[in-house]
Design a protein around this ligand. Structure first.
Ligand SMILES: [Zn+2]
Ligand SMILES: [Zn+2]
Length: 343
C-alpha cells in the first residue's frame, strides 16, 4: 500500500498520518460519523477480545471452576500457561511479521527506526526487545494472572458487592456493560496513568515503561510490578458494579491483549496488498514520544481533552503542548529561585 496517500514522511523517515485524532463523535456533535465510529469501536479489536474472553471462559475456565474455589498453584499454573501462551503467539506473531521479517518495511511506521537498531544501556542486556520480553513474562503476565485467579476465587465463592448477575434475566444490562467496558477502562487507565506520571512515582515506577521511546509489541506489558498491579486491578470494578464473570473476563482480556494496540508502532497493519487494519496506536505513540500528553486512550471519554493534555497530532496541538511545557518549566524555575532566595 502507498502510505503517502494517508500521511507524510519527514526527512528522517518518520511517518505521520494526515488525519488528526478525533475524540468520539458524540462529544463533538458530529453525529454523521457515529456509524463509522461504532464500526471501528467494535471491529476488529473489541470483537477479537470478546472472542478471546468467550474462548477462555467456555474452553478453559468454566470446565475447571472447581480449581478456583480455593487459591491454588494448579489454578494459577493453568491460567498462567494460557495467558503466557496466547501473549507469546499474539504479540510474538506481530513482532515476527512486522519487526523481524518487516513484512511492510516501514510503511505506516511512525518512527523510522526499529528498536533492534538502537542498543541502549537503559535496558536489561542493552536490548529493548529482550528487556521488554522478560519483564512481560516474569512480572506483568504473572501479575495479570494473579488478578484473574483472585477474581475467579471471588466468583466461585459468591463474593460480590451486589451479587453476580445471570445473562437470562439481565442480558440487556450485561450487553450495555460490555459495550461500556472500554469506557470504564479509559477512565481507570487515565487516572492511574496520570498518577504514576507525578513525581516521585514516575521515577520509581513508570519510567521503566517509558524507557521504550520507540515502542514495539513487547513494550506493551513491560512495566514495574506496581504499575501492572494498578493496571490489572481494573477487573475488580466488576466486583463493585452489577456484572457477570464473562463481562469481567472481557474487561481483563481487553486490557491484557489490548495493551498491544498502543505499542504496535505502525498506524495500519497491512493484511493484503490493498487491505489494512487500523492499529489505533497513534494517541499512545504520541504519549511515548512526548510523555505528558494523551494519558488516556483515543477520547472515548475525553479526559485528556478536558484536562488540557490532548495531542491530536496537529501542528496546533504541538504548539499548545510546547507552550504548556514552557509554562511548567518557568513555574519550576521561579519556585527554585524563590527557594534559593529564602536560603
Ligand atoms: Zn505505553
Ligand atoms: Zn506514561
Amino acid at each position: 500500500m502507498d502510505d503517502l496517500q494517508f500521511g507524510t514522511r519527514d526527512k528522517r523517515g518518520n511517518w505521520a498520518p494526515s488525519r488528526t485524532l478525533e475524540i468520539a463523535p458524540f462529544w463533538t456533535g458530529k453525529f454523521s460519523k457515529l456509524g463509522s465510529f461504532a464500526l471501528s469501536y467494535l471491529w476488529p479489536w473489541n470483537i477479537f477480545y470478546m472472542v478471546m474472553a468467550l474462548a477462555y471462559w467456555f474452553f478453559l475456565l468454566e470446565p475447571n471452576l472447581a480449581l478456583y474455589q480455593s487459591i491454588s498453584l494448579a489454578g494459577f499454573g493453568l491460567l498462567f500457561a494460557a495467558n503466557a501462551g496466547v501473549i507469546f503467539a499474539y504479540f510474538g506473531g506481530v513482532e515476527l511479521l512486522y519487526y523481524t521479517r518487516r513484512k511492510q518495511e516501514n510503511r505506516f511506521k511512525y518512527n523510522a527506526k526499529f528498536p533492534s537498531e538502537n542498543p541502549s544501556d537503559v535496558f536489561w542486556f542493552k536490548s529493548q526487545n529482550l528487556d521488554n520480553f522478560l519483564r512481560s513474562f516474569f512480572l506483568s503476565i504473572p501479575m495479570w494472572t494473579i488478578m484473574e485467579v483472585l477474581f475467579l476465587y471471588c466468583f466461585t465463592n459468591g463474593i460480590h458487592a451486589l451479587g453476580w448477575l445471570e445473562w437470562e434475566q439481565h442480558w440487556v444490562w450485561l450487553v450495555v456493560l460490555t459495550l461500556l467496558g472500554p469506557a470504564l477502562h479509559e477512565v481507570h487507565f487515565f487516572t492511574i496513568h496520570w498518577l504514576i506520571h507525578q513525581p516521585p512515582l514516575y521515577k520509581w515506577i513508570h519510567s521503566i515503561h517509558h524507557n521504550s521511546i520507540n515502542p514495539s509489541p513487547w513494550s506493551s506489558l513491560s512495566m514495574h510490578p506496581v504499575e501492572s498491579f494498578a493496571y490489572f486491578v481494573e477487573i475488580f470494578l466488576h466486583l463493585l458494579i452489577p456484572s457477570n464473570p464473562i463481562v469481567a473476563l472481557f474487561q481483563s482480556k481487553m486490557i491484557g491483549f489490548g495493551a498491544l494496540n498502543g505499542h504496535i508502532g505502525f498506524d495500519k497493519l497491512e493484511i493484503t496488498e490493498d487491505a489494512a487494519v487500523d492499529s489505533h496506536a497513534y494517541a499512545h505513540y504520541l504519549h511515548h514520544k512526548y510523555f505528558e500528553v494523551n494519558y488516556g486512550g483515543e477520547g472515548l471519554i475525553p479526559l485528556d481533552k478536558w484536562f488540557g493534555f490532548w495531542h491530536d497530532g496537529s501542528k496546533e496541538a504541538d504548539a499548545q503542548m510546547k507552550a504548556r511545557f514552557k509554562a511548567k518549566k518557568d513555574r519550576l524555575k521561579a519556585k527554585a529561585a524563590a527557594a534559593e532566595a529564602r536560603g
